[in-house]
Design a protein around this ligand. Structure first.
Ligand SMILES: [Mg+2]
Length: 179
């Protein structure tokens, strides 16, 4: 299928990230302010920490504090189970929605409502095209796509990474950069 044919609520191709980043640490309060974003819906696995891990890497902790200090509202929306997501969310002190079923939009809607912001003020931060980018584009909010933190081990995710490649190449071909 031509990725340009299927368009999400913002009228952009559903597989297309709004902006790519090397890591969450590259997402700055300045970038968010410039784009009118004052709340972030965060993926967990391979975006904030390793898949299934409760560890909080130092650079992520620093980034979360930077966001909070800048007044950016944060909420987690993960496809993973409650027992995996809840302790991590509690540790970083943000609200969460588990078992989101991204790319379905309803988990993202619940996460947004927990922050009490309008759709215009929120963006999604994630690492996967087929769950995070497609979900956010269907829902109609910007997708800040980060490079996965670690190499994926699960075969299903590794396959998705292979399928992501031509879609991300398209992002680059259209002039998209990685901040
Ligand atoms: Mg992820």
């Amino acid at each position: 299928m031509d990725p340009d044919e299927e368009r999400g609520a913002l009228g952009v191709p559903v597989f297309m990230p709004t902006q790519m980043f090397r890591s969450v640490a590259s997402i700055t309060p300045e970038y968010l302010k410039e784009h009118g974003i004052r709340a972030l819906i965060l993926d967990v696995d391979n975006t904030l920490t390793g898949h299934g891990s409760q560890e909080l890497p130092e650079h992520v902790e620093k980034w979360l504090n930077e966001m909070k200090q800048a007044g950016i509202l944060l909420a987690i929306a993960s496809n993973n189970f409650e027992k995996r997501v809840a302790p991590f969310a509690k540790a970083i002190g943000v609200e969460h929605v588990s078992f989101c079923c991204k790319p379905a939009p309803w988990g993202l809607a619940r996460a947004r409502k927990k922050m009490g912001v309008s759709k215009k003020e929120v963006a999604l931060v994630g690492d996967q095209v087929f769950t995070d980018a497609v979900g956010a584009n269907f829902y109609g909010i910007p997708v800040l796509l980060c490079k996965p933190m670690y190499r994926d081990i699960k075969p299903s995710i590794r396959l998705k990474r292979v399928l992501e490649r031509p879609l991300l190449a398209r992002y680059r071909k259209k002039g998209g950069n990685i901040l």
